[in-house]
Design a protein. Structure first.
Ligand code: ITT
Length: 199
């Protein structure tokens, strides 16, 4: 019977990206929802690594299986890296994904026009049932676009300009995004790590 690897995220868009990115022979990738786990992990670190580890440790203990968790976000250099680890909580609590990205767009539009450099970051934490821990990091550099564009992706994708492609992240197909994204890059490292650890 296949062993289980848990993708520990409450974000359905992230889960779908992992489902496309991660296939490991002999292992079944399951979500928290598949396991009926509804509890919320603590997430009060100040770095992507701390938060990813907090989430992976918590859900590894809840599930008893190999667990991976992802902490990710967008950082604008001219805003001293904000929103960064606070990307999911940027602005006031009533904002949804679109409200947060319009707030970031408006904030950047008020800066000097040269100050649009930004990067997506993703840290994946892997925790094994025995307690061994690993992290993988992925980054994707770009700019904050001048307006929202594109219907794909999620979160800040419609305002993230991918220079190499001449369009926003949300204008790429899911396959194109996964090939260049922060998460796609972190998963490339994770696959190498898992093949070493699991054989
Ligand atoms: P989990 O903690 O349950 O995984 P979350 O959505 O709260 O879900 P994070 O704390 O890591 O996840 O917050 C990441 C936020 O950064 C997310 O809400 C998005 O707004 C943004 N983000 C992360 N990856 C992104 C991507 O690939 N494209 C666009 N925005 C992204």
């Amino acid at each position: 019977m296949d062993q289980i690897i848990v993708i520990a995220t409450g974000n359905e868009h992230k889960r779908a990206e992992y489902a496309a990115l991660l296939t490991i022979p002999g292992y079944r990738i399951v979500s928290l929802r598949d396991l009926g786990i509804v509890a919320d992990a603590p997430e009060d670190g100040t770095t992507f690594i701390e938060n990813a580890l907090q989430k992976a440790r918590y859900y590894a203990q809840q599930s008893g299986h190999i667990t991976i968790a992802d902490d990710s976000g967008i950082s604008v250099a001219a805003l001293d890296g904000a929103p960064g680890v606070y990307s999911a909580r940027y602005g006031t609590p009533d904002l949804d994904d679109r409200g947060r990205r319009l707030l970031l767009l408006d904030t950047v539009n008020r800066l000097n026009p040269v100050d649009r450099a930004a990067a997506f970051s993703c840290v994946i934490a892997l925790v094994l049932p025995g307690g061994r821990e690993f992290t993988c990091v992925g980054r994707c550099d770009g700019f904050i676009a001048h307006t929202e564009e594109g219907a794909g992706g999620f979160g800040y994708d419609p305002i993230f300009w991918v220079s190499a492609r001449g369009c926003t992240m949300a204008s790429l197909s899911a396959e194109e995004k996964n090939a260049i994204s922060h998460r796609g890059r972190a998963v490339q490292q994770l696959k190498i790590l898992l093949s070493e650890l699991l054989g």
